[in-house]
Design a protein around this ligand. Structure first.
Ligand code: G16
Length: 539
């Protein structure tokens, strides 16, 4: 094995965003681009004598970057590399493997729900020893390292075969190829009452769409092998580098195949999907998709039915996630925390045992079994609740709204904006924001308005500037922030929430979230700053 020092010059755009470094695939294919970032990670977290978990969601360019990490880690004296067969590894399973094997950290190759392929996106996420996404001070240190590099160290010994399970040695490094699914399935069996779910599945049908992304093998192991679901109810389970040309995003407007499946078979009461790397979830009953904010609230409300959540004491949601869970927390005397967008902010709360359940509007829900959001875990939460209650998802959600009122919630995305203009637009609104307090619009009075600055209750670390928030008491809310996961331009997200207390009468605010969004669009003056008159996508 020959070690090589390759000289390179720094790239100025390697600051990780909401969830790792995410860019166009072609950016990662530039000479030295991936290597420089990997070296910056190694310089920050150390590599000699370290144990790493590595894998990815199977998208185009995964295999090449995986081999790059292996060659660089071996050249720099890693103690062990734990790699899943063929390099396929979901984000939640990666978090679990880091914890289970007491690894020092992990690298997950994924751009999550962004499209894959040569013209799509690629990404590298870094998770630390508790399985959690690297926090801001670590990602910032990686970025600073990336700016100071003059090269990286690697070997020229060629690609490693990742198809056979087993241990080998390369230089000083032990290379362990393991099953991607075995340990994850065992964890799910500890979390849930599989016999009860299996009995329920004898009477009811479910369908799942893996969107040709990473969850196919996991879904087969869980739903078919462990729970006895007929394989024909699982769609698109073969992971493909381009996700079969589809968007690996379980958004409500991308589940036509599942809807068709429901039309074909009336016994299906729940359909579900996950995203590129398996951390997101979509759940739908026959009456429609269950909003992720409602899903989180229902899981919290029925936590006593779920073995791994029985001792729930605290919950958390990201700030833009609607306040449906706050109502449950108040009724059930659970402490409820509000964090900035990004799963990394939940990790300390989970570690400190302040919370055991958390979630985001962006189709992410998770518990304290790992330190990532977990798509299949969330689906199993629902199945466990259904198995215990004997109800359908539609009945559960309707009962929930009857008891707690309904939080209408939508996110309005304006994409591809010029970052400088979008930043100026938000700064301009922020300057004027306090003057809105006390104003009444459409019968709703603004009770507070300002920037969301977060202080982590476990260590006092502050993260300022996480989004502009306008509150109309507990009745309604508007939040504006820029996405941190874009790869081309920037997306303005406007989140609107309106609480309808009595679902048997019409909401007092006509148009609910759309009315709030047009209010925000006017206050931001989006057309003048960014040239857009309407959102590109409404979720
Ligand atoms: C990532 C983060 C989530 C976040 C989402 C959207 O999810 O892990 O915590 O809510 O991005 O972030 P933004 O609004 O900044 O685009 P994923 O599934 O894309 O890794």
């Amino acid at each position: 094995m020959r070690t090589q020092y390759i000289t390179s010059t720094p790239f100025s755009d390697q600051r990780p965003g909401t969830s790792g470094l995410r860019k166009a695939t072609q950016t990662f294919q530039k000479a030295h681009y991936s290597e420089n970032f990997i070296q910056a990670v190694f310089n920050t977290l150390g590599i000699a004598g370290k144990t790493l978990v590595i894998g990815g969601d199977g998208r185009f360019h995964n295999k090449a970057v995986l081999q790059t990490i292996i060659a660089m880690a071996v050249a720099q004296g890693a103690k062990a590399l734990i790699i899943t067969q063929n390099g396929l590894l979901s984000t939640p399973a990666a978090s679990h493997l880091i914890r289970l094997n007491q690894a020092d950290y992990g690298m997950i190759l994924s751009a999550s729900h962004n499209p894959g392929g040569a013209d799509g996106d690629f990404g590298i996420k870094v998770n630390l020893e508790r399985g959690e996404p690297a926090p801001e001070h670590v990602t910032e240190a990686i970025y600073q390292q990336s700016l100071a590099l003059d090269g990286y160290i690697t070997t020229d010994n060629g690609a490693i075969d990742l198809s056979e399970l087993g241990d080998t040695r390369l230089g000083d490094t032990k290379i362990r190829i393991i099953s991607a699914t075995t340990d994850y399935v065992a964890l799910m069996q500890e979390c849930f009452d599989f016999p009860a779910i299996k009995r329920w599945l004898e009477q009811y049908r479910i369908a799942f769409d893996a969107l040709h992304a990473v969850t196919g093998p996991y879904a087969k192991a869980l739903f078919v092998d462990a729970l006895g679901v007929d394989e024909t109810y699982l769609l698109n389970t073969t992971p493909l580098p381009d996700f079969g040309g589809k968007h690996p995003d379980p958004a409500p407007d991308r589940i036509d195949e599942l809807k068709h499946k429901m039309t074909e078979d009336e016994r299906i009461v729940l359909v579900a999907a996950s995203d590129g790397d398996g951390d997101r979830n979509l759940i739908s009953g026959r009456d429609g998709v269950i909003n992720p904010c409602d899903s989180l609230a229902v899981i919290a409300d029925h936590h006593a039915d779920i073995p791994c959540l029985r001792t729930l004491r605290g919950v958390a949601r990201s700030m833009p996630t609607c306040r449906a869970i706050d109502k449950v927390a108040s009724a059930q005397r659970l402490t409820c925390y509000e964090t900035p967008t990004g799963w990394k902010f939940f990790a300390n709360l989970l570690d400190a045992e302040l919370i055991q359940l958390c979630g985001e509007e962006s189709f992410g829900t998770g518990g304290d079994h790992i330190r990532e959001k977990d798509g299949l875990w969330t689906i199993l939460c629902w199945l466990n609740i259904l198995a215990v209650s004997g109800k359908t998802p539609d009945q559960l959600i309707h009962e929930h709204w009857q008891r707690y009122g309904r939080h209408h919630f939508n996110r309005f995305d304006y994409s591809g904006l010029d970052p400088e203009s979008a930043t100026k637009m938000l700064a301009s609104l922020e300057r004027d924001l306090t003057k809105y307090i006390g104003q009444t619009h459409h019968g709703l009075t603004i009770t507070s308005a300002g920037q969301f600055n977060y202080t982590d209750p476990t260590n006092g670390e502050t993260t300022p500037g996480q989004g502009l928030q306008v509150q109309f008491g507990s009745q309604a809310r508007i939040i504006c922030r820029l996405s941190g996961t874009d790869t081309r331009g920037v997306t303005l997200r406007i989140y609107c929430e309106y609480w309808q207390q009595d679902i048997t009468t019409k909401p007092a605010l006509a148009g609910t979230t759309a009315t709030l969004a047009s209010l925000a669009q006017g206050a931001l003056n989006i057309s003048a700053f960014c040239g857009k008159t309407q959102p590109d996508h409404i979720v």
